[in-house]
Design a protein around this ligand. Structure first.
Ligand SMILES: NC(=O)c1ccc[n+]([C@@H]2O[C@H](COP(=O)([O-])OP(=O)(O)OC[C@H]3O[C@@H](n4cnc5c(N)ncnc54)[C@H](OP(=O)(O)O)[C@@H]3O)[C@@H](O)[C@H]2O)c1
Length: 380
């Protein structure tokens, strides 16, 4: 089954759920700049204030294609209305804070799982041709409810290809790790907390994958054009150590270890060893192929030049080949998040020797929480 490439997104009518979020805004900015003659670009989300603020930047006067549509993905009728005439859907709406999901599981399931089902059903009924849903590393072997709901969502989008009948539609998933500087994430938290002189670290050995918003948007645009349907696409991206991030942002601060929170992993995983038999290497990305799809792994490799990964392969932030150094982190934060990070004289250099990548199975048990009052409210 060869990939059907869209001739161009130029003539497409696109809807992005969660269009006012960190990803959504970057996606809208990119699409409007790259495809100035795009027919329609619908931002779908609940909160009118976020839409009002976004419309100050991307207003209908200047950008004729843009529409702001208030709606909740829990409301299938509203989704059907919004999807009238839409060719392409990017699904970014989600509840994504780990502690929020742990405390409000019913709400998280309604948005992340039932919302995904509503969107799939509405896309099938409205003749949408391409759907890419955003996922997270927390969905691979999940240990918290947020990750578990995103895994369910991934499964729904992959399986949607089985019930499309004769429709020309492809559902795929893009799964990546921490987005540098996104709303509610550790970098804005550390930048804010730096003023207090204390940057709490959950565990000094903790690692995370890192991707920038523009890289995430590029990958989604690539997937819209190249995905066959049913893949979970995973980018090859670097990791960082939380301790190095604290050093990059506040080398003059105290870095107390406050312990991991319920459901939090020391290292994140994007592809588990159990996925390896279905996973191929596309060069810039990996693809976890669906089992029982309309195409086989050899056919996919044949036509995309992808190569199967080694048996038992896993893609883990702790054993990643590439780690960002303190200096690299500081430079990236400077260019992508906050402007130059002002570091006191004598503390600017990354003078520590590079450390070998942590080994997931060998790390020591996490220390017991200390400094309970300093526990961060964001997910690292
Ligand atoms: N940020 C990361 O580090 C990261 C990493 C990996 C994967 N992801 C995934 O990437 C996607 C986008 O993340 P993000 O960082 O852009 O999140 P975000 O900044 O929190 O934005 C979430 C968006 O979803 C909307 N939304 C939430 N619930 C909704 C509902 N029930 N119906 C309609 N819209 C709803 C929000 O607007 P309203 O509140 O106004 O509705 C907002 O526009 C998510 O699927 C997330 O799981 C994020």
């Amino acid at each position: 089954m060869p990939p059907l490439s869209l001739h161009s997104l130029e003539n497409a009518r696109i809807l992005v759920t969660g269009g006012t979020g960190s990803f959504g805004k970057e996606f809208v900015k990119t699409v409007l700049a790259r495809y100035p003659r795009i027919k329609r670009l619908v931002v779908f989300s609940r909160d009118e204030l976020k839409q009002f603020e976004m419309a100050q930047q991307f207003g209908g006067q200047e950008y004729k294609a843009i529409r702001y549509f208030i709606g909740d993905i829990r409301d299938e009728a509203r989704l059907r209305r919004a999807l009238e005439g839409i060719d392409v859907v990017v699904h970014a709406a989600a509840l994504k804070q780990v502690p929020t999901a742990e405390y409000n599981p019913f709400e998280c399931i309604k948005t992340n799982v039932l919302g995904a089902q509503n969107l799939i059903e509405a896309c099938l009924d409205r003749g949408v041709q391409r759907v890419v849903a955003l996922s997270t590393d927390k969905a691979a072997a999940p240990t918290n409810l947020y990750g578990a709901t995103k895994l369910c969502s991934d499964k729904l989008f992959v399986a949607a290809n089985n019930i499309k009948g004769s429709r020309d539609v492809r559902f795929s998933v893009v799964r990546y790790g921490n987005v540098m500087g996104s709303r509610g994430s550790v970098i804005p938290f550390f930048l804010e907390r730096r003023k207090t002189g204390v940057l709490p670290i959950t565990d000094p050995t903790m690692t995370r994958f890192n991707i920038s918003l523009p890289e995430g948007v590029e990958m989604v645009l690539w997937s819209l054009e190249h995905a066959w349907g049913g893949e979970i696409l995973v980018p090859k991206i670097p990791s960082y150590r939380i301790a190095d991030l604290a050093q990059a942002i506040g080398p003059e601060c105290a870095h107390p270890v406050v312990g991991v929170r319920p459901g939090e992993k020391i290292h994140e995983e994007m592809i588990t060893a159990s996925d390896s038999s279905n996973t191929v290497d596309l060069g810039k990305y990996y693809a976890i192929l669906p089992s029982g799809a309309a195409y086989t792994l050899p056919a996919y490799c044949d036509q995309t030049a992808a190569k199967p990964v080694a048996p038992g392969f896993c893609y883990n932030s702790g054993t990643n080949e590439r780690f960002l150094s303190v200096d690299e982190l500081r430079a990236l934060i400077g260019t992508q998040v906050a402007g130059p990070v002002d570091v006191p004289v004598g503390l600017a250099r990354d003078s520590r020797p590079p450390r070998p990548a942590a080994r997931t199975r060998r790390h020591a048990p996490s220390p017991q929480p200390r400094h309970a009052a300093l526990r961060p409210t964001v997910h690292q």
